[in-house]
Design a protein around this ligand. Structure first.
Ligand code: 13P
Ligand code: SF4
Length: 297
């Protein structure tokens, strides 16, 4: 069985497999750790294994490499990107900084390493509010997700949150509508959505949470409609078999779903595709990411 081959190769190589909550069920099953983007970043930073096989998308594997540069970090599918991350260029960040010289720059980890190098601090959806509250500046440039920026602005009204760009969105989470919330409520479910969803969807939902937050708060209700990539409903169902989690099955992140078990086996056999980042850029991005990690606890 391919799972046994992966296990054997993993032991031979001294590798660990990290997987995001949106990965295919069979990839989640062979992973040593499954989590949200903040949990994965922390795991990667603390990892002692020689090789980290990162089943997720490019910005997550890059964050792992930046936090633990002496490890070999492998992204099994080179094309596993994130259109949200790609919508913000470092030039756009530099221009905004020139326009708002007093503002702090907070970038969601769903951004390129070149853009992160321009940031004061990064955040994930699990800690965005905490990160923004930690700043001394009252004006904050926040990108690239405008819906997450809206969520933060509502939680931290004492700060001026300027979305950068004005209309950055995840195309996957943009697909959820009020009709999905209403369908969940009609079923008798509590509805949880990710803060990358449209503000109207956030406001109509019972809970807004990162994927890790969904795990931590699943005990609050028995039946849930989960408005985030469908892999999350699988993850929650595995963790809480006595509860039900309805997903909107047609809402899928193609990038997250690119990685198959065959890709994981090939990555272990060939060492492809190793993440490498120019240290001049990595060093600047590391400061912003480490500042976020240091807020923990
Ligand atoms: P989380 O940080 O909640 O895992 O989200 C990552 C992501 O890409 C959401 O689309
Ligand atoms: Fe990027 Fe959206 Fe996919 Fe998350 S779900 S990796 S933000 S495209």
């Amino acid at each position: 069985m391919i799972q046994d081959e992966i296990q054997r190769l993993k032991e031979d190589q001294g590798a660990v497999i990290l997987a995001h909550n949106y990965q295919r069920p069979e990839v989640q099953e062979i992973a040593d750790f499954v989590g949200d983007s903040l949990e994965l970043a922390i795991k990667a930073k603390e990892a002692t294994a020689d090789v980290l096989i990162f089943c997720g998308v490019e910005f997550m594997a890059e964050t792992a490499k930046i936090l633990n540069p002496s490890r070999k970090v492998i992204l099994p599918v080179k094309e596993a990107g994130c259109p949200l991350a790609d919508c913000l260029t470092p030039e756009m960040v530099r221009e905004a900084k020139a326009r708002y010289p007093e503002a702090a720059v907070v970038l969601y980890v769903n951004s390129t390493v070149e853009s992160k190098a321009e940031a004061d601090i990064t955040c994930t959806s699990a800690n965005a509010v905490e990160v923004v509250r930690s700043l001394s500046e009252t004006q904050v440039l926040f990108g690239p997700d405008a819906n997450l920026a809206h969520y933060v602005a509502a939680q931290v009204p004492e700060k001026e949150i300027i979305p950068l760009p004005a209309d950055g969105h995840c195309p996957v989470h943009q697909e959820y509508t009020l009709a999905d919330v209403e369908a969940g409520h009609a079923r008798g479910d509590a509805v949880v959505c990710h803060p990358e969803c449209d503000p109207a969807v956030q406001e109509a939902s019972d809970l807004v949470a990162s994927t890790g937050g969904m795990v931590r708060q699943a005990h609050l209700h028995k039946d849930w409609t989960v408005l985030t990539e469908e892999g999350m409903a699988y993850r929650l169902g595995r963790l809480f078999p006595d509860r039900t989690f309805h997903a909107v099955e047609e809402v899928v992140c193609e990038d997250m779903k690119r990685t198959t078990l065959g890709d994981v086996r090939r990555a272990l056999e060939t060492g492809e595709y190793e993440v490498t980042i120019d240290e001049a850029i990595a060093g600047r991005a590391r400061k912003a990411i480490e500042r976020m990690i240091a807020l923990r606890g």
